[in-house]
Design a protein around this ligand. Sequence first.
Ligand code: AMP
Ligand code: GLY
Length: 424
Amino acid sequence: MKVLIVGSGGREHALAWKVAKSPKVDKIYCAPGNAGIGEIAECVPIGAMEFEKLVDFAKKESIDLTVIGMDDPLVGGIVDAFEAEGLRVFGPRKNAAILEGSKAFSKDLMKKYDIPTAAYETFDNPEDAMKYLETSDYPIVLKADGLALGKGVLICQTKEEAMAGVQEIMMDKKFGSAGNRLVVEEFLVGREVSVLSFVDGKTIKTMTSAQDHKRALDGDQGLNTGGMGTFSPSPFYTEEVDKFCRDYVYQKTVDAMRSEGREFKGIIFFGLILTEKGPRVLEYNARFGDPEAQVVLPRMKNDIVEVFEACIDGTLDQIDLQFEDNACVCVVLASGGYPVSYEKGFEITGLENFRDKDGYVVFHAGSKLTDGKIVTNGGRVLGVTALGDDLKKARANAYEAVKLVNFQGMYYRSDIGKAIDEAE
Ligand code: AMP
Ligand code: GLY
């Protein structure tokens, strides 16, 4: 089979790495890809939003399966564009990707189908939002309705902050049209867990749990980022939590989407928060998490291509999804200055230390090949990933491995997985 992966980050590297393990696959392409992906796939210089060019490429190269990694093309309808040409593609159609594309939609869905989530109100104009915020309890959470590169959520401690937030999102349009509507949400306290799942329209199979670290600096300080590191499984995702979510969240979400005439095929990523009153859904994503994919996929036993095909064909009920009884930790190495401003083009050294090193893999996020050298090409540059028999061993392995690579300005959090200690 020939497989095309759309995207260029660490998540897409993890996907390509996992797809490459399938005996069914002869050749992998990635559009546009990065230097690490280029070692296992042929990178094609087509952007993820260039649907027509991607469809033409898939037809010309007789691609058997296309896998979409990123949210923007999914929300923009890339799956519909591929299906219109009779091409096989893994991911939700536009009318289902709205589960991630509109927070107002997902909140209304949860309310209508009684799926546990934070209380909220939706506003279409800033005056009404501000009036509501005059008498709210604080802290409170403001969310731009649409996609905002993971930055459209503001946690406001005071009324003044909230008013400034409404100004930024709805009036200054800091996140463009994503801010045409605003969701104002109750602030919840608890530990966050990411649960990714495969969905074929009717059946849902959840993967092993993971936990992200969104802030730039140790101790959850600093600005929000795309994610500075992950571990899997989460010791806080207990059997009791799992049972609650099976009863009240997972299948209910899939059934709700079907009832709305928006059958969901692809990945549903449940962003959960474990509150004192029980688990609540913070958000849905319609794709693998980044860097959650980097710690979940190395633990997955199945041939992922078979699972993708089962989702497309509606036969996921026949798949026995299995994960290794081990643990995985990914530490993101970022460019100095990320997530604000940073330089690119610094040579990355030490990558050769990872060739054929069992239990370790460096997933590239922002790298490119220039004059035979691999150089930095983004804010998040690499995800150093290590397996271990348990979380502590995986964490120790990952931090040992971090010492093997380097580039100018490199920084990383030294407390990825520290929460593990608190679980004891
Ligand atoms: P989201 O983009 O919806 O995942 O939100 C980004 C981050 O904001 C989440 O991972 C949480 O840390 C935080 N967050 C979102 N909604 C809430 C909420 N209702 N209460 C507390 N924190 C929240
Ligand atoms: N790591 C969070 C996300 O992918 O949205």
